[in-house]
Design a protein around this ligand. Structure first.
Ligand SMILES: [Zn+2]
Length: 373
């Protein structure tokens, strides 16, 4: 399912191609997040126009609402949402542990109360895969326990053993698409290695680095990837979950990661924050009151092609829905186009230069890192 096309001679960056039941994905790739069956405020037609190749859906949220009966009546998430491209679904592990009120965790799975109506629910490894099969996921993620940051080594080791046990059970459940294993092990290099080696032994279609972007400092985030990557086969796709800012993604590509997802471009758009090649800009600031230019000069997104910063600022200040939609479209374009530029640089053999110039121009923001919504 994954074809490694070339490897950058100056780093571990890779140019690859992922073939799914709903189409081909050129990597490295950013995947817009559609937690509730929609990328917030954006239609499938707009996603196509932005050249989004693959989007995310979420097991936990869609299982609670609208529920499997309705999704299955509509032929899964593709039929229900009308997005016809590839869909990767999160297993729900992360949300069960971060959003739901936990009742009991056993080796069979997790009893929890829905964060919507308090209903008693259960998701275990088998259930997580069955739900993803109903969703019609092209890439299903294994059900895992994502330990918090910081985390004691003893707990991380125990949690890792449970995640590996669950991985075996997930493997046995048939799903229509591919299955990706999730490497855990918190901030401990030996546990990351153990996790990666055990999952590779089980032979999945791809591997994700999980338990990152959970509030740890950036060095720990990079270390989690560096401590996992050497044990992964070159011929399988690698995915860093819930990352990141633009400079973090450039650095993760250089460390051998092929796939990313992050809520930042859509979430910060709702506060009026836009990404540009120089860093983030808050469009609500007074300096944009009379600005005739677009959010970013030369940007080809639907917002920049037509509207001034002054108009978008006005919409945001007046809390008009169009304002947050335009900034969302711009930010998604920025993330997707960044990956396109990286792919082109890899093909031209100029990735080292691209990486240097990107960091030279982009001033890192101080935005809070949050993994999910
Ligand atoms: Zn734009």
């Amino acid at each position: 399912m994954f074809e490694l096309l070339l490897t950058d001679p100056t780093s571990k960056a890779r140019r690859g191609r992922l073939t799914t039941r709903h189409g081909v994905v050129e990597t490295p790739i950013f995947m817009p997040v559609g937690t509730q069956g929609t990328v917030k405020a954006v239609s499938p037609a707009e996603l196509r126009e932005l050249n989004a190749q693959i989007i995310l859906g979420n097991t936990y949220h869609l299982f609670l609402r609208p529920g499997l009966e309705i999704l299955s009546e509509f032929g899964g998430l593709h039929g229900f949402s009308r997005w016809q491209g590839p869909i990767l679904t999160d297993s729900g592990g992360f949300q069960v542990f971060s959003l739901a009120r936990l009742r009991k965790i056993t080796d069979a799975g997790v009893h929890f109360q829905s964060h919507i109506d308090g209903a008693a629910c259960f998701i275990g490894p088998r259930e997580a895969m069955q739900i993803q099969a109903v969703l019609g996921s092209d890439i299903a993620m294994l059900f895992d326990e994502c330990p918090p940051y910081p985390c004691e080594k003893e707990y991380a080791a125990k949690s890792l053993q449970r995640t590996l046990l669950w991985a075996q059970q997930c493997k046995e459940v048939p799903t229509p698409g591919a299955k990706f294993g999730i490497i855990q092990g918190a901030t401990f290099a030996d546990l990351r290695r153990e996790s990666a080696e055990a999952l590779v032994q089980m032979d999945f279609d791809g591997y994700a680095v999980g338990g990152v972007s959970v509030g740890e400092p950036e060095e720990e985030m990079l270390a989690a990837v560096e401590n996992s990557e050497p044990y992964l086969p070159a011929q399988k796709a690698r995915y860093a979950m819930g990352l990141g800012t633009p400079p973090q993604m450039v650095e993760m590509v250089a460390r051998g990661i092929d796939m990313f997802d992050c809520v930042l471009p859509t979430r910060v758009a709702r506060n009026g924050t836009a990404y540009t090649g120089h860093g983030t800009v808050n469009l609500k600031n007074a300096c944009h009151t009379r600005a005739h230019g677009p959010i970013e000069e030369g940007c080809t997104c639907p917002a920049c092609r037509e509207f001034s910063r002054a108009y978008i600022r006005h919409l945001l200040k007046a809390e008009e829905i169009l304002g947050l939609r335009l900034v969302t479209l711009h930010n998604l374009h920025f993330y997707l186009n960044l990956m396109q530029r990286i792919r082109t640089a890899l093909e031209l053999g100029t990735f080292a230069q691209f990486r240097r110039e990107f960091h030279g121009t982009y001033s890192p923001s101080t935005l809070p890192e949050e993994a999910d919504e």
